[in-house]
Design a binder for this molecule. Structure first.
Ligand SMILES: Cc1cc2nc3c(=O)[nH]c(=O)nc-3n(C[C@H](O)[C@H](O)[C@H](O)COP(=O)(O)OP(=O)(O)OC[C@H]3O[C@@H](n4cnc5c(N)ncnc54)[C@H](O)[C@@H]3O)c2cc1C
Ligand code: SF4
Length: 490
């Protein structure tokens, strides 16, 4: 620990967000970094407290607290304070193969577990992480490091999201020859075609993919395994196959008119088309679902909903409302949600911040659900019926939403975006390989050896554990890589 009294002397400081009015004009990253000297001071706030929940990555009350990658946080905080950026990168690189992703998009469960957060602001761990890797790239010390010896074994990784990339990286480092197959035209999974550019610039992903390719990993895009690529050929050619195909079956809306009206889209379809058109032609091809001049309804109050809010505002929507079926979270931790649990508190994310800047109020309506959708004579969405709900226990003691009589309301809307989460892994992938599902429609694979019921076929990431976070997908990917290496070595 560089400065024992650092947490008493220095306040937490994080980089600024670009002003909403300015950032709404483009899709560039909105979050700016602190200058290096200021970031170093943030390293001094770490007490190396001896109870580093920050790096323990465990579940408290079913929610993760601490870093799932077990990043050596107190060590690199100290090196950041001492200005030893290269050494800090070496330590960070030991546990996290892609800190430039997590340093931008991770919700930072490490900070929830930080001891300084017990009675004050936690250490700015995520920003220290981003500063370490961005500085390392700037200083040219992140270089391709191919394995010196190859084992002669070949592995196919299906899916190039963070889990697939982490598996590929781990196995390549072990000397196996890895090919990553991706059905989209660009690799990266939801990093590329889910999380919008303003949160994670796509050049940051391509920079990493290029490094991995230099290290010997082969990327094959537009390869939809089980659809336009034969599964048997893959099974014949490779010594192991890892399904890192994500949990891309979206949860649908159950409401009158859902199947008849035009203008209702899944959030990921909306976000993917937007990013693809942006990257292909700076939107000149018009090949995306536009919210321009439309009254937009976003259903779902989570991060994906926020991305839809931010994107719709950039398109120039006419109005926007975001519905959330749960109640409004508390502003401060409740008594039943103590440190170091993940704080279940109200978050005003970038999309809401931008909406508030324009309209002076939060777009979220809580305890609200959609009951019906209406179309005009051409079948285009025209309006949406809603009702308020109360959460009550039924006769079996289970909580559920109950409509509040007299609270019905109709909203004019030409675009509805469904951001209600995912129900599991897509069936055609499971059928193509003959792998079993678990009770939640994920691919059934053991958490220790990541094996499915099919010989030499493994699964990892959201495909195996269900919808999660980038940091947990990377963790899963590394562990699956280790398990596959053990299998190949036997
Ligand atoms: C809109 C959105 C925003 C999010 N924002 C955040 C955030 O800010 N922070 C955070 O931590 N998490 C966020 N998440 C969650 C996070 O992105 C995921 O948990 C993570 O990407 C899962 O990684 P994965 O590699 O398991 O799967 P994915 O990222 O889903 O990647 C799976 C890949 O497999 C490919 N694939 C599927 N089937 C086939 C096939 N048959 N053949 C070839 N390829 C195939 C898919 O095209 C995809 O590229 C967000 C999720 C969404 C939807
Ligand atoms: S990966 Fe996430 S949890 Fe881990 S140190 Fe970085 S921001 Fe924190």
């Amino acid at each position: 620990m560089g400065k024992p009294t650092g947490f008493l002397e220095y306040d937490r400081e994080v980089g600024k967000n670009r002003e909403p009015k300015e950032r709404l004009k483009d899709y560039k990253e909105f979050h700016l970094s602190l200058p290096a000297e200021k970031q170093s001071i943030q390293g001094a706030r770490c007490m190396d407290c001896g109870v580093p929940f920050c790096q323990s990555g465990v579940l408290f009350s079913g929610m993760v607290s601490g870093c799932p990658l077990h990043n050596l946080i107190p060590e690199w905080n100290d090196l950041v304070y001492r200005g030893k950026w290269d050494l800090a990168y070496e330590r960070l690189n030991k546990t996290n193969p892609f800190p430039e992703f997590t340093g931008r998009v991770c919700p930072a469960p490490c900070e929830a577990g930080c001891t300084a957060g017990l009675n004050g602001p936690s250490v700015a761990i995520k920003e220290n992480e981003r500063a370490i890797i961005d500085t390392a790239f700037k200083n040219g010390i992140v270089k391709a490091n191919p394995p010196v010896k190859r084992t002669g074994k070949k592995v196919a990784v299906i899916g190039s999201g963070p889990a697939g990339l982490a598996t590929a990286d781990t196995l390549n480092k072990c000397g196996h020859k890895v090919t990553v197959f991706e059905r989209s035209d660009r690799p990266g999974g939801l990093l590329m075609y889910g999380i919008p550019n303003m949160k994670l610039d796509k050049e940051v992903i391509l920079r990493r993919i290029n490094l991995m390719a230099e290290e010997g990993i082969r990327f094959v895009t537009n390869a939809n395994i089980g659809e336009n690529y034969d599964t048997n050929e893959i099974l014949d050619e490779y010594d192991a196959v890892v399904l890192a195909t994500g949990a891309s079956d979206p949860r649908d809306l159950v409401a009158k008119g859902r199947d008849e009206v035009k203008g209702v889209h899944f959030a990921v379809d909306f976000l993917k088309a937007n990013t693809k058109s942006l990257l292909d032609s700076n939107h000149d091809d018009n090949n995306y679902i536009s919210a321009k001049d439309k009254n937009v309804i976003v259903i779902g109050g989570g991060d994906t909903g926020t991305d839809c809010v931010g994107t719709s505002l950039r398109h120039g929507c006419k109005s926007l409302v975001q519905f959330e079926i749960m109640g409004e979270p508390l502003k401060e931790r409740g008594d039943n949600n103590p440190w170091p649990e993940w704080p279940k508190v109200l978050k005003v994310d970038y999309g809401q911040e931008e909406f508030i800047d324009i309209y002076g109020k939060d777009p979220r309506e809580y305890l609200t659900t959609v009951t019906g959708l209406h179309a005009d004579k051409d079948g285009n969405l025209e309006s949406v019926d809603t009702v308020k709900v109360e959460w009550k226990k039924d006769e079996n003691g289970r909580f559920g939403p109950v409509p509040v009589e007299g609270s019905e309301k109709t909203y004019q809307a030409e675009l509805v975006l469904l951001a209600m989460g995912f129900t599991g892994s897509q069936n055609y992938i499971k059928e193509a390989f003959g792998v079993e599902s678990d009770a939640r429609s994920n691919i059934k694979a053991n958490e220790k050896d990541f094996k499915t019921n099919v010989h030499k076929v493994f699964s990892t990431g959201d495909a195996r554990r269900g919808q999660s976070l980038v940091v947990t997908a990377i963790n899963e990917g590394i562990r699956a890589g280790i398990a596959v290496n053990e299998f190949l070595r036997k």
